[in-house]
Design a protein around this ligand. Structure first.
Ligand SMILES: *Cc1c(COP(=O)(O)O)cnc(C)c1O
Length: 425
C-alpha cells in the first residue's frame, strides 16, 4: 500500500486489530507481563524475542502510541515514548554523548531545553555551543570542535518563532558527520516531516499538539535509521555493551541501533517511562491532530491579521504573515500551515503587556502551548525569567513579547476577546 497521509495514520493507528480483538486500542494498565517459563522470559531479556516484560521498558499501550508516532514521522520503525518532552530531550542526548563531548544547538530554544543544555548537561561534562539559527554556514561550522557529536534545533522555536532552515542545518550536519536532532513539537508531523529534510533523530513534547487536550504529559524520540553510527565517534553504539550481555547495538539492530539502545539501556536505567494511562490519553488526542493543527494554523493567521490592524499593537509575529521574516521558510517547509503560536508586543511595553494578561474572558493565562484552548503568557516574566535579558534576546524574546497559543475555538470569539482586552489597557 502507498504511504498513508497523516489523517489516515492518526485515525487508523499504525496497525489493524486482528479478528476478535477490540476495534480500538485498549488501555493496558499493567506494570508487568506474565510468562510461563524462565526460557521465554530469558529470550526477551536477551532481545531474541520481542515482547513486554515490565512497563518501564515497554508496554502495549506505549507501543501503540510509539508505532503511530513513528509512522507519522516516517521513522525507521522504532520510537521511544517518554514521561515528558524534557525526558525525551535528555535521553536523546545521553544516548550518544558523555562527559568530554560537545554539541552545537540553535540559540532559539524552549526554556526548559536551554536550562538542560546550559546547566544540567554541564554538570555531567557535556558542553554546548549555541549558534544563531540564521547565521551563515561558515559561522555555524566555526562552532564545531573535534569532540562535537550532534547538531540540534527546533522546527519552530518557542517563542522566537524562528523556522529552522532544515536544508542548511542538514548539510552542515552531513559535512561535519554528526547526527542532526530536531525537536518537532511545534511543527507536528502533519505540517512538516523533518526526516524528509535531513533530520536523523526527531523528538517531541507530545504534551502539546499531539495530546492537544491538556490532560497528559509525554514525549517521544523517533529514530530515522539514516545515520551511520559506526564512524568512530559513537563507540557506545558500536562496541559491546557490558551492561547488556555484550551486545553491539549497530551490529544487532542496524537501522534502529540508536532507538534500541535508548530503550534497553537509558530508559532501563533512568526510568522516565510514560505511564500507560498518559500514553492512552495522548493517543485519544492524536486521532484529531491533522484537523486541529490546520485549525490552529488558520485561527492563528486570522488573529495575527487582526492584531496587525489594531492601533494599540506595536508589532505582530506569525510566520504565515507575508511581512514576517520567516514567511519564505514557512512556505517552503510548512506550506499547509505554520502552526498555532504567535507573538505580539503592545504599545507601552512591559507593564502594559503584564496588565493585558489579566483582562481576558476566554483566553487563559497558562504556562502551556498546543492546547485546544487559546492560551496567553508573558515569557520574560514567567517561562524564561531565569535567563538574563541578553540571553532572552538571543532566544528571540523581547521584554514586552506576549505569546499566544491560538486554540481551535471559533475565531470570531477569540478576536472579540482580544478586542475587549485591548480596549481595557
Ligand atoms: C514543552 C516543550 C518541551 C518539553 O516538554 P515537556 O513535555 O513539557 O517536558 C520541549 N520542547 C519544546 C519545543 C516544548 O514546547
Amino acid at each position: 500500500m502507498s504511504k498513508k497521509g497523516t489523517g489516515t495514520i492518526v485515525v487508523q493507528g499504525a496497525s489493524r486489530p486482528n479478528s476478535g480483538e477490540s476495534s480500538v486500542k485498549p488501555l493496558v494498565q499493567s506494570t508487568t507481563f506474565l510468562y510461563d517459563t524462565p526460557e521465554e522470559l530469558g529470550d526477551l531479556f536477551d532481545l531474541k524475542q520481542v515482547g513486554p516484560i515490565y512497563t518501564r521498558i515497554g508496554n502495549p499501550t506505549q507501543q501503540d502510541l510509539e508505532e503511530t508516532l513513528n509512522a507519522l514521522e516516517g521513522g525507521a520503525g522504532f520510537a521511544l515514548a517518554t514521561a515528558s518532552g524534557s525526558a525525551a530531550v535528555t535521553i536523546a542526548f545521553l544516548n550518544i554523548l558523555s562527559a568530554g563531548d560537545h554539541f552545537v544547538a540553535s540559540s532559539e530554544l524552549y526554556g526548559g531545553t536551554y536550562n538542560l543544555f546550559v546547566h544540567t548537561f554541564k554538570k555531567y561534562g557535556i558542553e554546548v555551543t549555541f549558534v544563531d539559527p540564521d547565521a551563515t554556514v561558515e559561522e555555524i561550522n566555526a562552532a564545531f570542535q573535534p569532540n562535537t557529536k550532534a547538531l540540534y534545533g527546533e522546527t519552530l522555536s518557542n517563542p522566537g518563532l524562528n523556522i529552522l532552515d532544515f536544508d542548511k542545518f542538514a548539510s552542515i550536519a552531513k559535512e561535519q558527520d554528526v547526527p542532526f536532532i530536531v525537536d518537532n513539537t511545534l511543527g507536528t508531523p502533519h505540517l512538516v516531516k523533518p526526516f524528509e529534510h535531513g533530520a536523523n533523530i526527531i523528538l517531541h513534547s507530545i504534551t502539546k499538539y499531539a495530546d492537544g487536550h491538556g490532560r497528559a504529559l509525554g514525549g517521544v524520540i523517533i529514530d530515522g535509521g539514516n545515520y551511520n553510527w559506526n564512524n568512530g565517534k559513537f563507540p557506545d553504539l558500536v562496541n559491546p555493551d557490558p551492561s547488556y550481555h555484550g551486545i553491539s547495538y549497530t551490529e544487532s539492530f542496524g537501522a534502529i541501533a540508536y532507538a534500541v539502545k535508548a530503550r534497553v539501556q537509558l530508559m532501563r536505567d533512568i526510568g522516565a517511562a510514560i505511564s500507560p494511562f498518559n500514553a492512552w490519553l495522548i493517543s485519544l488526542g492524536l486521532e484529531t491532530l491533522h484537523l486541529r493543527i490546520e485549525r490552529h494554523s488558520k485561527n492563528a493567521l486570522e488573529l495575527a491579521k487582526y492584531l496587525q490592524t489594531h492601533d494599540k499593537v506595536e508589532w505582530v509575529r506569525y510566520p504565515g504573515l507575508k511581512e514576517d521574516k520567516e514567511y519564505a521558510k514557512g512556505q517552503k517547509y510548512l506550506p499547509k500551515g505554520q502552526s498555532g503560536i504567535l507573538t505580539f508586543g503592545v504599545k507601552g511595553g512591559v507593564e502594559v503587556a503584564k496588565n493585558i494578561i489579566t483582562k481576558f474572558e476566554i483566553v487563559r493565562h497558562v504556562a502551556h502551548i498546543g492546547d485546544a484552548r487559546t492560551l496567553i503568557i508573558h515569557p520574560a516574566s514567567t517561562t524564561h525569567r531565569q535567563m538574563t535579558t541578553e540571553e532572552q534576546l538571543a532566544a528571540g524574546i523581547n521584554p514586552e513579547l506576549i505569546r499566544i497559543s491560538v486554540g481551535i475555538e471559533d475565531v470570531n470569539d477569540i478576536i472579540a476577546d482580544f478586542d475587549q482586552a485591548l480596549a481595557q489597557v
